[in-house]
Design a protein around this ligand. Structure first.
Ligand code: NAP
Length: 294
């Protein structure tokens, strides 16, 4: 029998979007402008097409303008860079997102670093990484931002918690560490070279799993009552059946011990687009010199 509270990422994401929709409406009536998000997709990767479609739909649902640029797979790097420059210089565009992965002949880093940091709603530009770490207003990566909102939906004040993040990628683990330091957690970042990871995790009041290995975190690693946020999305083949999505945490076992836990799917996943919209609103407010309410 599971005892943990199940954190409903879909419901929290819906609340975040409802809040953004209100703030977008307030911007329109007070300042007469509508924030715009441009999403650039190169090629026909089926998963990317679904993400881009969902992003466009949810952008419109919160009352913002969604602009999609779908380019053929053979688009040259120079043409893509020129499009990004045009979007950088277009005042009606407040956020720019280039959907990854890009085709192999394009240097992704070069493209991401060409985005104006003030419009970098993915929060991957080195300028935003630096702003985040020094504590300036920054556009922070969406998945870690969403994970922190989910942890705070259980416990509003995370001050003093021992947080263990498993994973040190630039898109999840590292920005998560910066965000949790801002929340006054004592942060440990574990990775593939960490010794005795089980005992490291056992000391955690807040566990963030971003490893990319299905059910890597075992139930008996979890401190009783801990909050567990599972970022992992792993497609696992089921014999004779359809592939299933599994998180980085052994959910059934961890739910017996944890105080609260996110499921996969339905936990962190839905928060990512909601936080992209939050970043777009924040970018628009920053660009206009308005108070940041996003
Ligand atoms: P990544 O770039 O592959 O990074 C994985 C991290 O896990 C690395 O830092 C790696 O350590 C660490 N790791 C690997 N094996 C380990 C082990 N045996 N013990 C301890 N640490 C180990 O992955 P990512 O992009 O951060 O993504 C992590 C997971 O989150 C994936 O399942 C991904 O699908 C998911 N994800 C979900 C969302 C969402 O919207 N929900 C968004 C992004 C990612 P080293 O650095 O030492 O190699």
């Amino acid at each position: 029998m599971s005892s943990a509270r199940v954190i409903d990422g879909k419901a929290v994401a819906a609340q975040v979007r409802a809040d953004i929709a209100k703030k977008v409406e307030a911007l329109k009536s007070a300042h007469g402008f509508t924030p715009g998000l441009a999403v650039v997709l190169v090629g026909e990767d089926p998963a990317s097409q679904v993400y881009v479609r969902n992003k466009g739909q949810q952008t419109k649902e919160v009352g913002m303008n969604s602009i999609e640029h779908k380019l053929p797979a053979e688009t040259s790097e120079a043409d893509l860079l020129a499009l990004v420059e045009n979007l950088n210089n277009d005042d009606s565009i407040n956020g720019i997102l280039v959907q990854l992965p890009l085709p192999k002949h394009i240097n992704s880093e070069k493209v991401l670093n060409t985005i104006n940091p003030d419009k970098d709603v993915d929060g991957f530009h080195p300028t935003n990484v630096g702003r985040l770490w020094v504590g300036e207003p920054a556009l922070a990566p969406c998945t870690p931002t969403g994970s922190v909102i989910l942890a705070k939906s259980v416990q509003e004040n995370l001050t003093g918690m021992n947080a263990v993040i498993i994973g040190r990628s630039n898109i999840v683990g590292k920005p998560m560490a910066a965000l949790l330091l801002r929340e006054n957690c004592t942060v440990t970042v574990a990775h593939s070279r960490t010794k005795d990871i089980a005992s490291v995790v056992k000391g955690a009041d807040l566990v963030i799993a971003a490893v990319g290995i299905a059910e890597f975190v075992k139930g008996d690693w979890i401190k009783p009552g801990a909050i567990v946020i599972d970022v992992g999305i792993n497609r696992v083949e089921v014999p004779g059946g359809k592939a299933k999505l599994k998180g980085d945490v052994d959910y059934a076992a961890a739910a017996e011990v944890a105080g609260a836990i996110t499921p996969v799917p339905g936990g962190v996943g839905p928060m990512t687009i909601a936080c992209l919209l939050k970043n777009t609103l924040q970018a628009a407010q920053m660009q206009r010199g308005l108070e940041i309410t996003a």
